[in-house]
Design a protein around this ligand. Structure first.
Ligand SMILES: Cc1ncc(COP(=O)(O)O)c(C=O)c1O
Length: 396
């Protein structure tokens, strides 16, 4: 029977890890990873998380199931942190605790696929590759509009707005919060406002995915896009993962916030509960409880924000180093765009053949399509990457 199962595509990020393991060169460099790494190439547990975990063991009284939509206090605490207490109260979201952001995205994708008239979800190109897999697995309908030109190294904002002209009222536009994955290129404030104007004018519903809160300017400032959307639109969707902001990737903390008109609220709550029950089921508790403890305790919160600041500063410093070293030691500016981008990821402006040469000839592994994790770069790696980038750019 199993011989009838077709060949499933391997996720490009997972395949990158496999290919890296197979590379026997001692000086190979893995820029495919999707997580924060410090200058030693490690992803340590934050001190705030360690302290909250210790406390959790002491105070936790039960490990019985939570509601299908998780712990309402967790959703409220997180919602207040993201939207601010007033906006959170006003919006009266239908909220669910989910196993990371991926499950929040999947629950929405399932909902759209099950609606009597399936809305089209509009995606940016390029965007987080797993959106395609999640929407496809759910059976949701999606289309794409251009977002970023990898060779020109810039957002193609007008093309994105022009593409969205084909959307219908009731369609959803899935965008990302700060530190766009994989491009690192975020819209300016003016662009974001112009986008919201167009969404509103066309009756397109915003769906924003927040994965890197705290990695651009600060946790608070990085929540601004979600706040604007929630304040302005009667219907909107916000998904978030706390994997990166708290460094708790494997503990699976995330959430889904759906703003509906009041008449729809209970029905949407039942719909989300039913979808969760038949799929991911109850969310894990450990990671979310740690987050809840940190957000509730001023001392732990201050420590976490300090550690988040450190991660952000390191990413910014690496970006500035790339620009500085390319100018100073190579007298070139071809990577200057990286200094203007934010978060862990950027795309190298390489063709497929040049990208293959980067790995084959220089042992530098990137995600298919040219995504590099700048947080992985130590001091010695930066000139190595720049030099290899120049060589492959010139020779292929
Ligand atoms: C933009 C974006 N959304 C969602 C996710 C999913 O996060 P998680 O694996 O924590 O669910 C990621 C992870 O890389 C991401 O980059």
């Amino acid at each position: 029977m199993f011989e009838t199962v077709g060949d499933y595509p391997v996720d490009p990020i997972m395949i990158g890890t496999e290919l890296f393991a197979q590379d026997l060169r001692a000086d190979k460099l893995n820029l495919t990873v999707g997580i924060y790494q410090d200058e030693n190439g490690e992803t340590p547990v934050l001190n705030a998380v360690k302290q909250a975990e210790t406390r959790l063991i002491e105070v936790q009284k039960t490990k019985s199931y939570t509601a299908l939509t998780g712990d309402a206090d967790y959703c409220t605490g997180l919602g207040q942190a993201i939207f601010g207490a007033n906006t959170f109260d006003e919006c009266q979201f239908v909220a669910a605790q989910t196993a990371g952001g991926a499950v929040a995205l999947r629950v929405m994708a399932d909902l759209f696929a099950q609606m009597p008239t399936k809305p089209t979800v509009w995606l940016q190109t390029p965007t987080y590759g797993n959106y395609h897999a999640i929407l496809t697995a759910a059976g949701a309908i999606f289309q794409s509009v251009p977002y970023y030109d990898q060779i020109k190294r810039e957002i193609v904002f007008d093309e994105m707005l022009a593409g969205l002209k084909s959307a219908n009222p009731g369609d959803f536009f899935l965008m990302q919060g700060v530190c766009h994955n994989p491009t690192g290129a975020d819209m300016t404030r003016e662009q974001f406002e112009a986008l919201l104007d167009q969404l509103e004018a066309q009756g397109i519903i915003p769906w924003i995915d927040l994965a890197y809160l705290g990695f651009s300017q600060s946790f608070d400032a990085d929540c601004e896009m979600a706040r604007q959307i929630a304040k302005r639109f009667p219907e909107c969707v916000i998904c978030t993962t706390l994997s990166k902001s708290f460094g708790i990737y494997r503990d699976r903390a995330g959430a889904l916030f759906v703003k509906t008109r009041s008449a729809d609220r209970d029905r949407i709550h039942r719909a989300l509960s039913a979808i969760i029950r038949s799929g991911s089921s109850h969310a894990p508790d450990h990671g979310p409880s740690v987050v809840q403890l940190i957000l509730q305790d001023p001392m732990l919160k201050a420590l976490w924000l300090q550690e988040l600041d450190q991660m952000r500063r390191r990413v910014i410093e690496v970006r500035q180093e790339i620009v500085k070293i390319e100018q100073r030691d190579f007298q070139r500016n071809s990577l200057a765009y990286m200094g203007r981008q934010s978060g862990m990821f950027s795309l190298l402006p390489l063709t497929m053949a040049q990208e293959a040469a980067l790995t084959r000839n220089h042992g530098i592994h990137v995600v298919k399509g040219g995504r590099v994790n700048v947080a992985r770069l130590g001091d010695a790696d930066i000139p190595k990457l720049i030099s290899a980038f120049h060589i492959v750019g010139a020779e292929v």
